[in-house]
Design a protein around this ligand. Structure first.
Ligand SMILES: *Cc1c(COP(=O)(O)O)cnc(C)c1O
Length: 402
């Protein structure tokens, strides 16, 4: 019987880590694991990256927090860099992905409100989506299992099946404000949205005066080998939510918007105590220093491609375990034949950390600094785990026959 003072809301593995370097983690017992899940796509630069550690250390010595009642030059710097490298003109900093989405939803609704269209507040979302765990983002995600028992679902979200053009067209009405989508579904099982469908969304938004919101909390910040995934697709949103990798492990999120989309976010319309905190800004600026350095994103694309090819070979060799590899850059998923959680557990036994997702997928989402040698090693361990599962299944069959 384990005693815990924590909410038992997470199914935790009995593993605790003490130290980390790059894609390697050391447990409190001194065992080493190869980390191919990066704190759920958060540790973009891996563990203990010298530039990130140095930047946060320097800020810790100077000043931690002053509030948003004052001008924070470090916020101006990070916002300016995000604006200069994306579609956006304006940035609002938050502490998490869900808050970045809350800001995106509020921005879209206020955009229509100040334009004299207060009836336009509904947002169309897609099945399999994940947008966070606040009440509004749960409603946006629409997953029954996460909504159960939390009272009436927040009003104003209309969900349509993934990729269903007819349902999408039918869902657009006079009270629709925006369409919200992850260009690549993360929690939903690493499901990339086809480029043609994103293009269609852009066209439908333009035709109907709707705002297009991309949730790039998981697929953004370099993960696909583009600063944001939309840049690889060539389809621009009006609003974008970023988080996870943007702080490299420090809690940080951001809502990016065009001047026009953010027109309703006038003084007093939105706020946060911690969002844009100095330590978070030090982390965010340091992450961008590395991710925007010449050649970095290109190398993510190269290594992502190599990892995907090697995983495809593992799928071919183990058809009773895996059926497909999918995803972009270093946001990859192995669709499983056996329960994905069994594959994650078998990987853990081989000292490689992966993470499950919807649609019976195992996600491979390492730090963006993973080396070719580490990719090689990770694939070898995943393959060994698949082999272990096959062996166990065979002896299980024999046991059943005996
Ligand atoms: C993780 C995630 C969120 C929620 O982020 P939190 O920081 O956990 O609030 C939202 N959208 C997507 C796509 C995510 O992957």
């Amino acid at each position: 019987m384990t005693e815990t003072a924590l909410y038992p809301s997470f199914a935790r593995a009995g593993l605790s880590f003490e130290r980390g370097e790059g894609v390697w983690l050391t447990t409190t017992d001194g065992e080493t694991y190869l980390d191919m899940m990066a704190g759920i796509a958060v540790n973009a630069l891996g563990h203990g990256h010298p530039h990130l550690v140095g930047a946060v250390k320097a800020q810790v010595e100077k000043l931690w927090h002053v509030s948003n009642l004052y001008t924070v030059p470090e916020q101006e710097t990070l916002a300016r860099r995000l604006v200069e490298t994306t579609f956006a003109d304006r940035v609002f900093f938050t502490n998490s992905g869900a808050e970045a989405l809350e800001c995106a939803i509020k921005t879209a609704r206020r955009h229509h409100f100040v334009a004299g269209r207060p009836e336009r507040f509904r947002i169309i979302t897609f099945e399999g989506a994940f947008h966070g765990r606040t009440l509004a983002t749960l409603a946006a995600g629409g997953q029954a299992k996460y909504l159960e028992g939390f009272g009436p679902k927040v009003e104003g979200f209309d969900q349509v099946p993934f990729g269903d053009e007819a349902a999408l067209r039918a869902a657009i009405g006079p009270d629709t404000a925006a369409i919200l989508i992850e260009p690549i579904q993360g929690e939903g099982g690493v499901r990339p949205v086809p480029r043609a469908f994103l293009t269609l969304l852009r066209e439908l938004c333009d035709e109907n005066g709707l705002l297009l919101i991309f949730d790039e909390v998981q697929c953004g910040l370099g993960r696909t080998g583009h600063l944001y995934a939309y840049q690889g697709y060539g389809v621009e949103p009006d609003i974008l939510a970023s988080a996870k990798g943007i702080g490299g492990g420090f809690p940080l999120g951001a809502c990016l918007a065009t001047e026009d989309a953010a027109a309703g976010m006038t003084p007093g319309s939105h706020g946060t105590t911690y969002g844009g905190n100095l330590l978070a800004m030090a982390a965010g600026n340091a992450v961008l220093d590395v991710v925007l350095a010449p050649g970095f994103l290109e190398s993510v694309r190269d290594r992502g491609l190599r990892l995907k090819q090697k995983l495809a070979a593992v799928v071919d060799l183990h058809p009773t375990i895996f059926s497909e590899v999918r995803g972009e850059g270093l946001l990859l998923g192995l669709k499983c034949v056996v329960p994905a959680n069994d594959v994650v557990a078998a990987g853990r036994a081989r000292r490689v950390l992966t993470i499950g997702a919807g649609d019976n997928v195992v996600r491979i989402i390492p730090a963006l600094i993973v080396s070719d040698e580490e990719i090689e090693e990770a694939v070898a361990r995943i393959e060994a785990a698949a082999h272990d599962l096959e062996t166990a299944a065979r002896s299980g069959d024999k046991g059943a026959a005996a």
